[in-house]
Design a protein around this ligand. Structure first.
Ligand code: PEP
Ligand code: MG
Length: 776
């Protein structure tokens, strides 16, 4: 859409109609020509001018379109059909759009415009070249308004007649219902909009995809490239899970490679259009891009970003081994570009002194505060970097005020990792030696995404809260699979709710109690039962209030005995060799009726207050008898157990294997606690950094248990979910959706990417099915 100021059909500013030719060649275009060639055309021209490999192209200018409207006499009729259109009235909108589109399509293109397009087409290549015909809309490519996809693109166009038809179709797409609606909402006057059309050599790519020249949310200088076989349409439309490559512009090194199973590709279909075909054999799992290609692409991305001064969203294709840049437009999701830049500028000079697992995203600098004994935790000051062997619940108050957290021990599901993610505090866990290598007072910078600790300070780092904000404000995508969020700390509930999650798939209430620094036993022996019930009630209520009408699954207490040890009353906790395999979860509650009764009392109050969305989940269940026992105990406490939502976690292989028996006992839902399920299936301690590389949520045995339990739940129509850390991994989320999971509960920081992975996978499943049906 191009806006030309005009009065009574006459252009009064911008380029004069007569001055601007019907055709402009890419080489002659600069970004100032946006009024004539639209954002896409101007951007391609700019890129060609700085030497990027852009395929040959010319643009049918916006003025040519305006001449078409005037010469055919439809201009006034179209605008009349918009007079006082109520765009909120769907029927009226569709009708106006259809009418306008038909007028454009039916009008006879003036001979002089046709001739000029034909002439240009011949000039681009002696033979009939296969071209892509793209609408070029100004608002689509402006940094502050991303209306991508509102106007059409036609691929694989060959021959003059097909080209002329495609140009006219692009013009007509200016009056699509969606386009009219958005323009009206953005306050554009429809009488002054215009459109250009880019005609460009089609790159019959053997591989293609998209590239974000910087991280789309944090703005970090990490180039993210997605690529798959065939034309880029497969990646853009989401019909294939592409390979993903992350290239760090600071170190100029490939950071991460994620190879996907690429089931389909889109290729040219004869002279017209495109078709989707299956990818067969080894190509399905083969890496699409060589490291040389990734490096070169990232370099092109950098050139484009530097030239435009803002991170770019680039479409690329590789034909006969040559890289082509097909399109580039600003990324609109990045908040504060300046911060991202200064961070990258500084970071290159800072030395990495330690590495662990990036457990909570964000970058922060501060002075090291080493805590060897929890008694010293009071000495930690606001803005310090808390360095300790492993955090425990009595450190949570300190964890709230520090800038970042670093531990010697632990993996992605340890206490430090879970709590940090929720607090939005960057954390690196499992460094093995942080408490020895770092010294108190030392100035360091922690990168909680990549797991690096840098020497010294990196100024103006991205603030995690701000990052979360941006992730949260991403457009809400509706998915059939519910995307829920995990909560452990009630005051994180507003942030959790801001993600737009479909509910809470796990509320760990032990964190509520552990934060009080007194064991449940202490409350009971000191006649403080009411305090205990109130604490639970108030904490859970905070979460319920943040998710009105959405399911909130609250898990009954599940803390290993060693986590209670340092608290008041901890002296009465048994010493266990293997607390992970010990007295925890539902097995402990069944043997501690008072402790269970107090929890149930808080749930009862909430149900009574009308929180029907409260569901209760029992942890560490290994046999249906335990579920029945817990249910009976609830009934004895006066709960109408048949009419409340009770479910279990699947954390022990036995519960996955016996899921049908659980279902027959009346569970309403089941949720995979993969943090434990993995450790109990593979005999790998989840918190032991020495075996961290063997801790594999995607181990075939784990997947086998998950798959069979999902199928059983589906057969009985029982909601099957996941709340373990594996659910925050997009790759796993894709697998789970493919295998029929009903909901996924992820960490706050992962919701946006999980929702996107889920949406893409669902769309792909639907598309695959539709295409299969069409083929039959
Ligand atoms: C799990 O085991 O996956 C889980 C979510 O529970 P926790 O991490 O609290 O053991
Ligand atoms: Mg667990």
């Amino acid at each position: 859409m191009i806006i030309i100021k005009q009065e009574g059909g006459k252009i009064i500013s911008g380029a004069s109609m007569k001055d601007v030719p019907t055709i402009l060649w890419l080489e002659e275009i600069r970004k100032e020509d946006i009024v004539s060639v639209g954002g896409k055309g101007a951007s391609l021209g700019e890129m060609a001018s700085i030497g990027l490999p852009v395929p040959k192209a010319f643009v049918v200018t916006a003025q040519a379109f305006r001449r078409f409207l005037v010469e055919t006499g439809i201009e006034k009729k179209i605008f009349a059909s918009y007079d006082r259109l109520d765009v909120e009235n769907n029927e009226a909108l569709e009708k106006a759009a259809d009418g306008a589109k038909t007028m454009v399509l039916k009008a006879k293109m003036p001979a002089f415009i046709k001739d000029e397009i034909r002439h240009a087409y011949k000039k681009i290549s002696a033979e009939d070249l296969i071209v892509a015909v793209r609408s070029s809309a100004t608002a689509e490519d402006l940094p502050d308004a991303s209306f991508a996809g509102q106007q059409e693109t036609y691929l694989n166009i060959k021959g003059e007649a097909a080209l002329l038809e495609a140009v006219q179709k692009c013009w007509a797409s200016l009056y699509g219902a969606r386009a009219i609606y958005y323009r009206a909402k953005q306050g554009f006057d429809d009488q002054t909009v215009n459109i250009a059309v880019v005609v460009q050599q089609l790159v019959h790519s053997e591989k293609a995809g998209v590239m974000f020249t910087s991280h789309p949310i944090t703005g970090e200088p990490l180039t993210i490239i997605e690529g798959s076989w065939g034309l880029g349409e497969a990646v853009v439309s989401g019909s294939v899970s592409p390979d993903k490559y992350i290239f760090d512009q600071r170190s100029e090194k490939l950071d991460d490679v994620l190879i996907s199973n690429k089931k389909v590709e889109i290729i040219a279909d004869g002279d017209h259009g495109t078709k989707q075909v299956d990818v067969t054999g080894a190509r399905q799992d083969a890496q699409v891009l060589s490291s040389a290609e990734i490096t070169k692409l990232a370099m092109y991305g950098k050139i484009a970003e530097n030239h435009y001064g803002i991170p770019q969203d680039v479409e690329w294709g590789i034909m006969n081994g040559t890289i082509y840049i097909l399109q580039s437009r600003p990324i609109t999701t990045i908040g504060n570009k300046k911060e991202a830049k200064s961070m990258s500028g500084q970071k290159q000079d800072n030395k990495i002194i330690l590495q662990g697992q990036g457990a909570a995203p964000g970058i922060a600098s501060g002075r090291v505060a080493i805590i060897r004994d929890v008694k010293d935790v009071g000495s930690v000051k606001e803005g310090d970097i808390l360095v300790t062997k492993m955090t425990n619940p009595d450190m949570v108050p300190a964890m709230r005020k520090v800038a970042a957290i670093v531990t010697d021990e632990g993996g992605m599901t340890c206490h430090a990792a879970i709590v940090s993610r929720e607090l939005g505090t960057p954390a690196v866990v499992g460094t093995k030696t942080a408490t020895h290598v770092l010294t108190s007072g030392q100035l360091i910078t922690v990168d909680g995404e990549k797991g690096f600790i840098y020497e010294g300070e990196i100024t103006a780092p991205a603030k995690p809260a701000q990052v979360m904000q941006m992730a949260a404000s991403a457009p809400h995508i509706i998915t059939a699979t519910s995307v829920k969020v995990n909560v452990s700390i009630p005051d994180a509930a507003p942030r959790a709710a801001a993600t737009g999650a479909d509910g809470v798939g796990l509320l760990r209430i032990e964190h509520l109690i552990l934060g009080l620094n007194k064991t449940p036993g202490w409350f009971i022996t000191n006649n403080k039962e009411e305090d205990f019930v109130r604490e639970l009630h108030d904490g859970i209520k905070m979460v319920l209030d943040a998710f009105p009408g959405k399911p909130v699954w609250v898990r009954t207490l599940d803390a290993p005995t060693d986590e209670f040890r340092n608290m008041m009353g901890g002296e009465n906790e048994p010493h266990e060799h293997n607390p992970m395999l010990g007295w925890r979860g539902i097995r402990r509650d069944i043997q501690s009726p008072d402790q269970f009764r107090l929890q149930v009392e808080s749930f009862k109050r909430l149900w009574k207050e009308g929180y029907e969305n409260l569901g209760i989940m029992f942890p560490m269940v290994s046999h249906p008898d335990e579920f029945l026992a817990a249910k009976a105990m609830m009934k004895a406490c006066g709960v109408d157990v048949e009419n409340v939502t009770l479910g279990i976690m699947i954390e022990i292989p036995s519960s996955a294997i016996m899921i049908e028996d659980f279902i027959k006992c009346g569970i309403k839902f089941a949720s995979f606690g993969t943090n434990d399920l993995v450790q109990y299936t593979l005999a790998i301690d989840r918190n032991n950094e020495n075996v961290a590389d063997m801790y594999q949520p995607q181990h075939p045995a784990v997947l086998h248990l998950i798959h069979s339990a999902i199928q059983m739940c589906r057969a009985y129509d029982v909601e099957c979910s996941i709340c373990g850390q594996a659910g925050s991994d997009p790759k796993m989320a894709i697998w789970l959706v493919e295998h029929g999971i009903a909901s996924i509960s992820a960490n706050i920081d992962a919701i946006a990417k999980i929702r996107e992975a889920v949406a893409r996978t669902e769309k792909r499943i639907i598309l695959d099915a539709a295409r299969k049906r069409d083929a039959e």
